[in-house]
Design a protein. Structure first.
Length: 170
């Protein structure tokens, strides 16, 4: 079965592509562009032989999960740009099977901005969630997905696939 991984930044993605090409290892890229390009870098789908090659080359990946064909395509529209964007760039640092449902994904994405100032506002606008003032954390459920905002990261549990994870981050 093919595996899927992603990277913290495009430089690592490009290094991975170059390394896999130089070793003759087949892979496919899954691009987040244009709709999710502000929150993700391309992911790679490859066989099990890719992981040790990238590891030996010192290329850090966010993790490996079984590849699942995305149920929905990447949005063809560029994301909206907001004045005073507090989130900034986003990078998936951890990608793993979900603990609650191993057919789904869990991830941790670091954000360049600071979400702490808006968490009380989010809590006021989305009262179905839970805001922990002492921990500066807001958690809510989007259908069956569990999403938590921290000052500098976002966690998602039970994402259907990589494009669903990107959609939630966007």
């Amino acid at each position: 079965m093919d595996r899927l991984t992603t990277f913290a930044n495009r430089r690592l993605y490009v290094s991975a592509v170059e390394t896999l090409n130089s070793h003759g290892i087949a892979f496919a890229s899954i691009s987040p562009d244009p709709g999710f390009g502000s929150v993700a870098v391309p992911a790679l789908r490859a066989g099990g032989d890719a992981a040790p090659v990238l590891s030996d080359a010192g290329i850090l990946v966010s993790g490996w999960v079984d590849f699942k064909t995305p149920a929905h395509p990447v949005s063809a529209e560029a994301p909206k740009v907001f004045d005073g964007d507090i989130m900034g760039a986003c990078a998936i640092m951890v990608l793993a099977p979900c603990v609650a449902d191993t057919a789904k994904l869990r991830l941790i994405a670091h954000v360049a901005g600071d979400l702490a100032p808006v968490l009380p506002y989010v809590n006021a606008e989305m009262p179905a969630g839970s805001y922990a003032r002492d921990c500066e954390t807001y958690t809510y459920q989007d259908a069956y997905r569990l999403i938590s905002f921290y000052p500098r990261r976002i966690t998602i549990a039970k994402a259907d696939d990589i494009t669903d994870a990107w959609r939630v981050l966007e």
